[in-house]
Design a protein around this ligand. Structure first.
Ligand code: GLU
Length: 313
């Protein structure tokens, strides 16, 4: 799982993007990058390895602007190299992506036949090229983004900058999480609310299939069929404690020591504090009728799933 961050506001955005990406480090990544709208058009900086490497690239060649997107990549298509690092760009489009575009290969062939030139091995770049192709065909940025989404199979969260919609970030989620942050004078987006602690007063959790265009003036959200939708804003979390290693050397150690608390929180939800009795919710079906349980997980959660499989059996 990689990380996405995006901001549009009034302050210099590059340092904010890198700070937000740092809070998403726990998700794992192999390279990182940012794209910022500057007076000289959208510019990007990318680096393989830790965010410190990107920090250095940006320090050596600063980019200043008040609207931008950032990404920590965990490669699925193509090795961890700078050309494969996000944001991917194509003719005035800059895009970051979390997830996998399953039909990228067919789209890539189609786009290449139509003259598109690819610079990376990623599945992501086809999406930037698709949007650019729609713009070249005369669509306005919002329509170009929406028609590109219609062509995609797979799981994704996107944040994109498209020339012609200068103060906007285009967002979409299908299968991968994405939230929007709201505060006075700043709109933001990220894979996780932890990236928006201290940056947003309220957050909107996008629902699966949602997409939209967010700017300081407006948050326009749409459902999978293009119908306008409205999603409730909720108070943003005030603490990033969970995204901090605290006194521990690494996140795994922290998680091990957090187990008593994590279990207490989980069980506490079902505990009657007066009687001390555990009140479990009724199952919607009879346990004896269950023939098969499928646990789907990745990484450490997959190991936890294997333990659960053993217990359930
Ligand atoms: N599939 C994309 C890539 O390989 C995105 C991976 C990610 O979620 O970081 O670049």
């Amino acid at each position: 799982m990689c990380g996405i961050a995006g901001f549009v506001g009034t302050a210099d955005i590059a340092p904010k993007l890198i700070r937000a990406l740092k809070t998403l480090e726990y998700r794992g990544y192999d390279s990182a990058g940012i794209a910022v709208r500057t007076d000289a058009g959208t510019q990007r900086r990318r680096a393989v390895g830790k965010l410190a490497a990107l920090d250095k690239v940006v320090a050596d060649a600063p980019i200043s602007g008040t609207c931008g997107i950032g990404h920590t990549r965990w490669a699925t298509h193509g090795p961890a190299t700078e050309p494969n690092a996000h944001p991917h760009t194509a003719h005035g489009v800059a895009l970051v992506h979390n997830g996998i575009i399953e039909n990228y290969s067919a789209l890539k062939t189609e786009l290449a036949d139509a003259g598109a030139r690819f610079e990376s091995d990623t599945d992501t770049e086809v999406v930037a090229q698709l949007i650019a192709q729609n713009i070249a065909a005369g669509q306005v940025p919002r329509a170009a983004f929406a028609s590109a989404l219609d062509r995609l199979k797979g799981a994704f969260a996107f944040a994109a900058l498209i020339d012609g919609a200068e103060g906007s970030i285009f967002v979409a989620r299908r299968g991968s999480p994405l939230v929007i942050g709201i505060s006075d004078g700043q709109i933001s987006t990220a894979s996780d609310t932890l990236a928006l602690v201290g940056e947003a007063d309220e957050v909107i959790y996008l629902e699966d299939g949602d997409w939209g265009e967010i700017s300081l003036k407006n948050i326009a959200l749409f459902g999978p069929n293009g119908e306008p939708v409205s999603r409730n804003a909720q108070p943003a979390p005030r603490s990033a404690a969970a995204a901090d290693k605290g006194p521990y050397r690494h996140f795994m150690l922290k998680e091990i020591y957090e187990q008593p608390d994590a279990l207490a929180h989980t069980i506490g939800h079902y505990l009657n504090p007066g009687s001390g009795a555990l009140v479990l919710p009724d199952l919607p079906i009879a346990a004896n009728d269950i023939r098969r349980i499928v646990l789907v997980a990745c990484g450490t959660a997959a190991y936890a799933g294997m333990v659960a499989k053993y217990w359930l059996e």
